[in-house]
Design a protein around this ligand. Structure first.
Ligand code: SF4
Length: 360
């Protein structure tokens, strides 16, 4: 499978270039794109303003989408998880997170999709199911954009917020990530503003600098999960390669290039990273970087032995951050009952595993 064979992995310029090479006028690319992103057709035969000969030619060269929907499961809190099969038979998952109520008690219109960027993950963060079974491969741009198109098609909802927090380390798939973001952001494409796209990383310092150099004002979230090297190393093996000081330097560089605030994601794990000392140290780091903090009570993952701290500990940790002037929230868990919560998406290696997942 090559990226060029799937329309939803191409930018408008790339499609124009391809069509010119096929001896077609450039405007045909705009017509195809209009059918794909506005009319949401899934076959070339439906593109009625293209000559029949061209429709046939295109259908021999391209596919429109890269994903086949396999299954979806709905949580009690209306979070919904989707399972897709890729062309090589592998599986990925995406999660749509319901709009929540804002501080004024009004329902937000935000429809957030948590997308995967790789099949499996090589980074092995100790709280995360995605890394448990290792890494299979990077996703192609069409397999990333395809998650949005497929979920919008099934849910009949317009996604207006995208978080790269599903399976995989997005910055380890940098080229395809940025390519897919171009399509997600483009007015001719999925039309989602850069400020509504968040890339989450386990802390790949060189790629944080690279993303800082990108012109788009996309947001950055960093999985910190430990405020000292000693604690963070227990949770995130990447910390050995890029210790906290290296990470901080890359984030200082990021801050020098971007206006919006970085977010630190911090999963609270009982007896591991939930001490007062960690809270104070985290507050210091966040303050120096003007970062916001999202505290996430640990979600149980089968095969992992950690527990979430009692509510009193969670609240105390939050209060220390707030007392130190940090903008921090304690996230309400969503999708826990369908294993769609943070760190719960898991690599499916075998068909039998997939069947088991569907039947529960
Ligand atoms: S948290 Fe992210 S980087 Fe870490 S193992 Fe899970 S998917 Fe990979």
């Amino acid at each position: 499978m090559t990226r060029e064979k799937i329309i939803t992995g191409l930018t408008k310029e790339e499609l124009e270039h391809d069509l010119l090479e096929l001896g077609e006028p450039k405007y045909r690319a705009s017509q195809v794109i209009e059918w794909v992103y506005n009319q949401r057709v899934t076959s070339f035969s439906e593109m009625s303003n293209l000559p029949e000969e061209l429709r046939q030619k295109l259908s021999l060269i391209y596919r429109i989408t890269a994903l086949t929907p396999v299954h979806d499961s709905l949580s009690n809190d209306t979070t919904k998880k989707y399972l897709y099969q890729l062309q090589d038979g592998r599986y990925i998952e995406s999660v749509i997170i319901p709009a929540s109520t804002n501080v004024n008690g009004n329902r937000s219109t935000r429809q957030t999709l948590c997308v995967s960027s790789q099949v499996g993950c090589a980074y092995g963060c100790k709280f995360c199911a995605s890394g448990l079974d290792g890494f299979a491969r990077d996703l192609e741009p069409s397999e990333i954009t395809g998650q949005l198109l497929a979920v919008e098609e099934e849910s009949k909802k317009k996604i207006n917020n995208v978080v790269f927090m599903g399976m995989g380390e997005p910055l380890a798939n940098f080229k395809n990530l940025m390519h897919s973001i171009k399509i997600i952001n483009a007015e001719w494409g999925l039309g989602i503003g850069a400020r509504h796209i968040t890339v989450s990383t386990s802390g790949l310092a060189p790629e944080i600098r690279a993303i800082a150099d990108q012109p788009l004002q996309i947001r950055l979230a960093v999985s910190l999960h430990g405020a000292s090297d000693k604690v963070r190393e227990k949770i995130m093996p990447i910390n050995k390669k890029y210790p906290i000081n290296d990470l901080i330097e890359s984030l200082q560089y990021y801050n020098s290039k971007k206006k919006h605030k970085i977010t630190f994601e911090y999963i609270l794990i009982h007896g591991i990273n939930d001490s007062e000392e960690q809270a104070k140290s985290l507050a210091k780091t966040a303050s120096s970087l003007r970062a916001k903090i999202n505290l996430i009570p640990y979600n149980k993952v089968e095969g992992l032995h950690w527990e979430r701290p009692p509510e009193t500990t969670q609240k105390k940790f939050l209060s220390i951050l707030i007392k130190n002037g940090i903008q921090a929230t304690l996230r309400k868990e969503k999708g826990h009952d369908i294993e769609a919560a943070c760190g719960q998406l898991r690599l499916i290696k075998e068909k039998s595993e997939m069947a088991q997942k569907i039947t529960g």
